[in-house]
Design a protein around this ligand. Structure first.
Ligand SMILES: Nc1ncnc2c1ncn2[C@@H]1O[C@H](COP(=O)(O)OP(=O)(O)OP(=O)(O)O)[C@@H](O)[C@H]1O
Length: 346
């Protein structure tokens, strides 16, 4: 309130000062022309006027600076509040990684986008999520990291409600790899290192092998030191996606989520990549959103979402037996294997 009043009056004071100066110079000039006062008197008078006007101008300038400082102070306060929020709640070290949804419903505005979602993934297991566009797949995974507060139900990680876990430690334990790739204008190695600042070269090479990126990196002019991005070498969509995946894997979080992150890869590369992700040696809990049957068939459980509801669930073979939506997609994607399907070999 105070600053609003200052902000209102200070520019007026500055304006009055400037107007008075112009008036004095104009009237004084006329007096000099008419020989009512000497030029020396006008110059001296003008000097005194400046001494009055200059502080008035400073007051106007000060008012601007003060309102800018006021706006900045509010922003700084907001950042401090967010940092404080990050550390509120239970600080967990490295979690085991079990995830449970209990009667979770969610809406962004008026309509429910997720309705009564229930599932449990034990630590180290894999859940795959399929469903048409807009069915709520990305929304479901964004709730695990608390990107939005939940309207109804509970999400538990290692049996603890995510609302009770500090945001900082919750997000430290989850790595989400998105479909959209973002690479900096830096070397391949530096781009991947964003996943873990102190990673060794060996760790970087290992995750690149896992992400099926090592072979193409070795063919680049400077291998891992090749500059990429806007100022460097252009890469294909699939190559960029593999680097983004390598970055996400490097964090080695107990929970890894792939949000349609393998869609730009050809089927064989996607299969190879996910095979190593599914491998039994991997202790991380995995959630994989994908559209190809080949990408989800090895998951421990597959859920099929439609209009925010789980309409089918089970492993690959159970879903084929249900002869529902999953089976329809399977038939569509494996047209060449119709004989095998008919003979119930697959
Ligand atoms: N931030 C948001 N605000 C309002 N509505 C949203 C928001 N994000 C998503 N939605 C809506 O929620 C619904 C579910 O979207 P979501 O992105 O979760 O679906 P999806 O299954 O991941 O789709 P896709 O396969 O296209 O990525 C859609 O109707 C979408 O328009």
């Amino acid at each position: 309130m105070k600053s609003k009043i200052w902000g209102k009056y200070f520019p007026t004071i500055e304006f009055l000062g400037n107007a008075a100066l112009i008036l004095v110079v104009t009237v004084g000039g006329m007096f000099v022309i008419n020989e009512k006062i000497s030029l020396g008197t006008l110059v001296a008078f003008n000097g005194y006027m400046w001494m009055i006007v200059w502080p008035m101008r400073l007051i106007g300038w000060l008012s601007n600076i003060l309102s800018q400082a006021n706006a900045s102070a509010k922003k700084i306060e907001k950042i401090f509040n967010e940092i404080e929020e990050d550390f509120k709640g239970i600080e967990l070290d490295r979690i085991h990684g079990s995830i449970e949804f209990k009667n979770v419903s969610f809406k962004y505005e008026n309509e429910y986008v997720l309705k009564n979602i229930n599932f449990k993934i034990d630590e180290g297991k894999t859940l795959a999520i399929m469903g048409p566009t807009g069915s709520g797949k990305s929304t479901l995974i964004s709730l695990i990291s608390r990107f939005y507060p939940i309207d109804e139900g509970e999400i538990l990680i290692d049996g603890i409600n995510v609302n009770d876990i500090s945001l900082n430690s919750l997000r430290k334990n989850i790595s989400i790899i998105f479909q959209d790739t973002f690479l900096f204008s830096e070397s391949v190695k530096e781009n991947i290192k964003y996943g873990k600042g102190n990673a060794t070269d060996k760790e970087i090479i290992n995750v690149c092998k896992e992400a099926q990126a090592h072979d193409f990196i070795m063919k680049l002019p400077e291998k891992y030191d090749t500059l990429i991005g806007e100022r460097g070498l252009g890469l294909s969509g699939g190559q960029k996606q593999r680097l983004t995946i390598a970055r996400g894997l490097l964090k080695n979080a107990p929970i890894i989520i792939f949000d349609d992150a393998t869609s730009a890869l050809d089927m064989d590369t996607e299969y190879e990549l996910l095979e190593s992700i599914y491998s039994k040696e991997k202790q991380n809990t995995k959630i994989i959103i994908a559209h190809r049957i080949s990408a989800v068939k090895n998951a421990d459980e597959i859920i099929f979402l439609e209009n925010g509801e789980i309409v089918e669930r089970g492993n690959h073979y159970e879903l084929l037996e249900q002869k529902g939506k999953y089976f329809e997609i399977f038939k569509e994607q494996f047209k060449d294997f119709e004989d095998l399907i008919r003979d119930e070999v697959i």
